[in-house]
Design a protein around this ligand. Structure first.
Ligand code: IPE
Ligand code: MG
Length: 229
């Protein structure tokens, strides 16, 4: 979800104004994706590296999450959204951790769409924490297969993403789903996150529909059954 700061700057407003608009864009996007049959949506809200930002922006973002949970949780729960948080919770405040738990518990029964919010998340962090937990469980090196390690990754409850969208014009992954995105189709758009809406979603899904996914194999000829002429 990139581009909040630039979106605000274009309007001569402080960056925080863009982050607030970004939350509204997210709430809107979840429903639009769900309406189109997407069952898992994972968003990058705060990266392991975002702590490097000025402290007032970091604390603003932390506060915004609390406000967003109290403002939108009831509505999202009623909309059938299951909320899950992925990332290192050890570094966030108790208050925020409790808000996350409340959001997860109160939407655990929902199954229209699962929204995973990556917060204090990094793709490398995820791979390292998966290894650490596997070792702590006593998994032997020979048993540490891709499947086995995958079960320890933060998004083990979800299928690997089919489509990876980055807004804001940059063409890089920036330490998002390194493990999970091995075969994801990538889609980059100049749209700044607060502007992201139905038109961009449909554009991304149309691009995805046009891709030829081979997962390292080759394209198989169409099978023709007898009688087809
Ligand atoms: C992304 O928007 C939102 C978060 C990382 C929370 P940015 O804050 O990176 O916005 P730009 O890239 O400066 O426009
Ligand atoms: Mg950015």
């Amino acid at each position: 979800m990139d581009g909040n700061g630039r979106w605000a700057k274009q309007r001569y407003m402080p960056r925080f104004f863009g982050h607030k608009a970004g939350v509204d864009a997210l709430v809107r996007a979840v429903n639009l994706f769900a309406d189109r049959g997407v069952e898992y949506l994972t968003v990058f809200a705060f990266s392991s590296e975002n702590w490097k930002r000025p402290s007032d922006e970091v604390s603003g973002l932390m506060g915004l999450v609390l406000v967003a949970v109290s403002k939108y949780l009831t509505r999202m729960a009623a909309d059938g959204v299951r909320i899950r948080i992925v990332g290192d919770r050890s570094a966030v405040s108790d208050k925020l951790r409790m808000a996350w738990e409340h959001a997860e518990d109160s939407t655990a029964h929902n199954d229209r769409i699962t929204l995973s919010v990556a917060f204090n998340y990094g793709g490398r962090w995820d791979i390292v924490q998966a290894c650490q937990r596997a070792l702590a469980d006593g998994v032997a090196p020979v048993d540490l297969t891709e499947d086995a390690l995958g079960r320890y990754t933060a998004l083990s409850f979800a299928p690997d993403p089919d489509l990876f969208i980055r807004t804001g014009g940059e063409m890089r992954i920036s330490n998002f789903l390194l493990w999970q995105a091995a075969y994801s189709e990538l889609f980059f758009t100049d749209c700044l996150w607060p502007d992201f809406g139905a038109q961009h979603i449909d554009e991304a899904l149309a691009a995805y529909a046009g891709r030829d996914r081979r997962f390292g194999g080759i394209r198989m000829p169409e099978t023709v059954t007898a009688g087809d002429g």
